[in-house]
Design a protein around this ligand. Structure first.
Ligand code: CMC
Length: 378
C-alpha cells in the first residue's frame, strides 16, 4: 500500500491540471491564460477577461459583442427570486444572501445537460449577468427600498454601481471598479475554486457549484479578509498607533489581515495595482486618512515579517478602493464573488472536460475495535 504524507491545507499538492491561470509567488507574477494581469488591467474589460478565462482565448470583436449583448439581456432577476430575497433578514450577511440566491437560481434551471455547449453558455451568461443584480437587490431591500431595474444602456460595472447607489456612477469610478473585477476574477487553486471544482466533479449543476464556492469565499482567511482590513484600519485610527498595534498582534500570535499568502512570498501584484487605483480615486475624490495608516502598516509589517515573505495581499488595498466609492464594508466580499464567479465557471468547464470525481484519502488517527458501552454504564 502506498504511504502518503499528510499535508495540512494540502500545501504544495496539485489538485488539478489547469491552463486557466498561473502564479509565480517568488517573482510576484499572475497571468490569465498566459497574459500578465498588469496588461489586462490596463487594456481589457471584466467581460472580455471573463470570456478569455472561460473560453480560453481573447474574443474577436464579434464574439465579444455577442457575449456582452447576452449578459446585458439576462441581468434581470426573476420576481420569485426577488420575493424570496425580501424574506431574508436585513441583519443577515450579504454573502449568505448571495449563496442562498445563487442556489435558488438553480431551481429554475434544473435540467443538467452538462455536455451541451449551449447549456454551458447559457449558465455562464445567466450567472455572470444576475449575480451583480442579486447583490445590489439585497443591499437595497435590506434598507427597505425596492431593487432598481438594471439599465441596458450601461456597461457591466457601471450598471452594477447604478443598481447599488440608484445613480449613474462617475466614469472613472466605474472603470476602476471594472479593473477591480479583472484583478479578482481568477487565482489558481484557492479555497473557493477548489470547492467549486470538487462540487463540479460530482456533475451537479453550475448553480450549486457557484453556491458552494460563494460559501467558501466568505471566510476571513479567504475573501472575507477585505472587510476585516477596513475594520482593522478603523480600529488603529492613526499612523502613531500602527506600530504598537502590529507589535501587539505579533505578541498575541494573531494574523494581521490583508497580509500573507500561501503562494506569494513578495507583494501580491494585484495589491500593487489596487494601491495605484486607490491613489487615483483619492486624487479625484479626496484624501483618505486610512491610506496613510495602510502605508505605515505596509512599512512596519515589511520590517517585522518581510523575512518570512509576509507582504500585502489582494485584500489589503481593495477595501480602501471600495470604501472611497461609498460601498458598504460587508459588500466587499460579495463584490469579490461578482468577479470570481467567472473564474469558478472557467474551472467548472475545465473540470467537466476531463472529469473524475474528487475522492481523496485521509490519515486515520482514531481508535479501532472499541466496544459499545450501554448508555446506563457510561
Ligand atoms: N500576520 C502575521 N503573521 C502571518 C500572517 C499574517 N497575516 N500570515 C502568515 N503569517 C505567519 C504565520 O504566523 C506563520 O508563522 P510561523 O511559521 O512562525 O508560525 C507563517 O507566516 C506561515 O503562515 P501560515 O498561516 O501557515 O500560512 P498559510 O499559507 O497557511 O496562510 C493565509 C495563508 C493567507 C491564510 C495567512 O497568511 C493569513 O491568515 N493572512 C491573513 C488573512 C488574509 O489576509 N487572507 C486573505 C488571503 S489573500 C486573498 C484570498 O485568498 O482570498
Amino acid at each position: 500500500m502506498m504511504v502518503c504524507e499528510y499535508k495540512p491545507g494540502l500545501e504544495g499538492i496539485p489538485a488539478a491540471q489547469s491552463s486557466i491561470s498561473y502564479v509565480d509567488g517568488q517573482k510576484g507574477i499572475l497571468e490569465y491564460r498566459g497574459i500578465r494581469i498588469e496588461e489586462l488591467a490596463e487594456k481589457s474589460t471584466f467581460l472580455e477577461t471573463a470570456y478569455l478565462l472561460i473560453w480560453g482565448e481573447l474574443p474577436s470583436q464579434q464574439e465579444l459583442q455577442a457575449f456582452e449583448h447576452e449578459v446585458r439581456h439576462h441581468r434581470r432577476i426573476k420576481y420569485r427570486i426577488r420575493d424570496m430575497m425580501k424574506c431574508f433578514p436585513e441583519s443577515g450577511h450579504p454573502m449568505d444572501a448571495l449563496q442562498a440566491s445563487a442556489a435558488a437560481l438553480g431551481l429554475f434551471y434544473s435540467l443538467r445537460d452538462l455536455h451541451n455547449p449551449a447549456y454551458i453558455r447559457d449558465s455562464v451568461v445567466r450567472l455572470i449577468a444576475t449575480i451583480p443584480t442579486m447583490v445590489a437587490a439585497f443591499q437595497l431591500m435590506r434598507k427597505g427600498n425596492d431593487p432598481v431595474r438594471p439599465r441596458d444602456d450601461l456597461d457591466y460595472s457601471a450598471n452594477f454601481l447604478y443598481m447599488l447607489n440608484e445613480q449613474e456612477p462617475d466614469p472613472l469610478a466605474a472603470r476602476i471598479f471594472d479593473i477591480c473585477l479583472i484583478l479578482h476574477v481568477e487565482h489558481t487553486m484557492n479555497a473557493s475554486t477548489f470547492s467549486a471544482r470538487v462540487t463540479a466533479s460530482t456533475l451537479t449543476d453550475p448553480y450549486a457549484v457557484v453556491a458552494s464556492a460563494v460559501g467558501t469565499l466568505g471566510g476571513p482567511l479567504h475573501g472575507g479578509a477585505n472587510e476585516e482590513v477596513i475594520q482593522m484600519l478603523e480600529e488603529i485610527g492613526s499612523v502613531e498607533n500602527v506600530r504598537p498595534y502590529i507589535e501587539d498582534c505579533l505578541q498575541r500570535k494573531s494574523k494581521i489581515m490583508g497580509f500573507g499568502h500561501r503562494v506569494y512570498k513578495v507583494k501580491d501584484p494585484r495589491a500593487t495595482i489596487l494601491q495605484k487605483l486607490a491613489e487615483q480615486l483619492f486624487e479625484k475624490f479626496g484624501y483618505d486618512k486610512y491610506y496613510d495608516i495602510a502605508q505605515e502598516m505596509e512599512r512596519v509589517v515589511e520590517e517585522k515579517l518581510g523575512g518570512k515573505g509576509i507582504y500585502p495581499n489582494v485584500d489589503f488595498y481593495s477595501g480602501l478602493v471600495y470604501r472611497k466609492m461609498g460601498i458598504p464594508t460587508d459588500l466587499f466580499t460579495p463584490i469579490f464573488a461578482i468577479a470570481r464567479v467567472a473564474g469558478w465557471l472557467a474551472h467548472w468547464k475545465e473540470q467537466l472536460a476531463e472529469n473524475r470525481i474528487f475522492r481523496p484519502t485521509q490519515v486515520y488517527n482514531g481508535h479501532h475495535e472499541v466496544s459499545y458501552i450501554p448508555i446506563d454504564q457510561r
